[in-house]
Design a protein around this ligand. Structure first.
Ligand code: NAP
Length: 259
């Protein structure tokens, strides 16, 4: 039987790369359930994955909206009885000093990166508890470990979802469910669209070059269905994350220079 893999934020970037990674590696062994708002882009990813041999379903949902998430899982329940893997990934960031962020931008970050991910995890957990197995992988960020000027709300969202995932892991282990957080540094995706992020990646390019989304998807494929609690992409970023815990003042100054 094919595995049901739910991927949010599958219309571009890391989510798209993960969809294509599973399609490429496992072909027809997977039923990919792709979710995003942009139907045209999502259908292009679905088509590419089908050509690689995967079975694909698409669902349009605004994951910042509670009602859309409820509808997504109602519709999903009519299509599949089990969920093997959930890649809880959809997210965004507006990167500006706090006083320049609009109220709507702050709300969007919190609604999608925090509330949306929590509700998707809650609904997926309810299905997985019934079946007695499953794996939920959250896209957090290096920003879920470090603090950077102009990234305040984004950092808060990623610290928040990392904390949530770490508690969830403790709760659901007894049901055979695994939880992993993924912490990429800069990745070359639409996240850095100039409308959203006023970020000059060249400032951090020497110390932290942006990696292709395919590096992240390859790392995620490797840890799928394992007990890995967290991964950094690239793995060397664990040093920065741990250094931040022990030397927060020094590391904050260092990161501030990069932004
Ligand atoms: N790029 C980086 O450097 C980086 C680093 C660390 C972590 N991350 C995290 O990686 C995840 C994916 O980002 P990305 O870099 O791949 O950026 P991206 O190319 O902009 O992709 C974001 C995805 O999320 C979806 N999305 C955004 N808002 C949504 C909403 N309200 N409802 C449903 N889907 C929504 C988008 O689809 P639609 O627009 O079609 O809805 C898109 O598929 C995010 O959680 C981000 O915080 C990114």
């Amino acid at each position: 039987m094919s595995k049901n893999i739910l991927i949010t934020g599958a219309s571009s970037g890391i989510g798209k790369a993960v969809a294509l990674e599973f399609a490429k590696k496992d072909g027809s062994k997977n039923h990919l359930i792709l979710v995003a708002r942009n139907q045209a882009k999502l259908e292009l990813v679905a088509e590419e994955a089908r050509v690689l041999g995967a079975t694909v379903s698409t669902f349009i949902a605004d994951l910042g909206k509670t009602a859309d998430i409820a509808k997504l899982f109602t519709d999903l329940g009519e299509k599949v009885e089990t969920l093997d893997l959930v890649f809880n990934n959809a997210g965004l960031g507006f990167v500006k000093e706090v006083h320049l962020l609009s109220d709507d931008e702050i709300e969007q970050i919190i609604d999608v990166n925090v509330k949306g991910m929590m509700l998707v995890a809650k609904k997926a957990t309810q299905m997985m508890i019934k079946q007695g197995y499953g794996h939920i992988i959250f896209t957090s960020s290096l920003a879920g470990y470090v603090l950077l000027p102009t990234w305040s709300v984004y950092c808060a969202s990623k610290w928040g979802i990392t904390a949530f995932a770490n508690v969830l892991r403790q709760e659901v282990a007894k049901h055979g469910i695994k939880v992993t957080t993924v912490h990429p540094g800069p990745v070359k995706t639409e996240f850095f669209d100039p409308n959203k992020a006023d970020v000059d990646l060249s400032k951090s390019a020497k110390t932290m070059p942006a990696i292709p989304a395919s590096d992240v998807s390859a790392a995620i494929y490797k840890i799928a269905y394992t007990d890995k609690q967290r991964i950094f992409c690239p793995p060397s970023l664990v040093v920065a994350a741990e250094a931040f815990r022990f030397f927060p003042n020094f590391m904050q100054k260092m990161f501030a220079k990069m932004t």
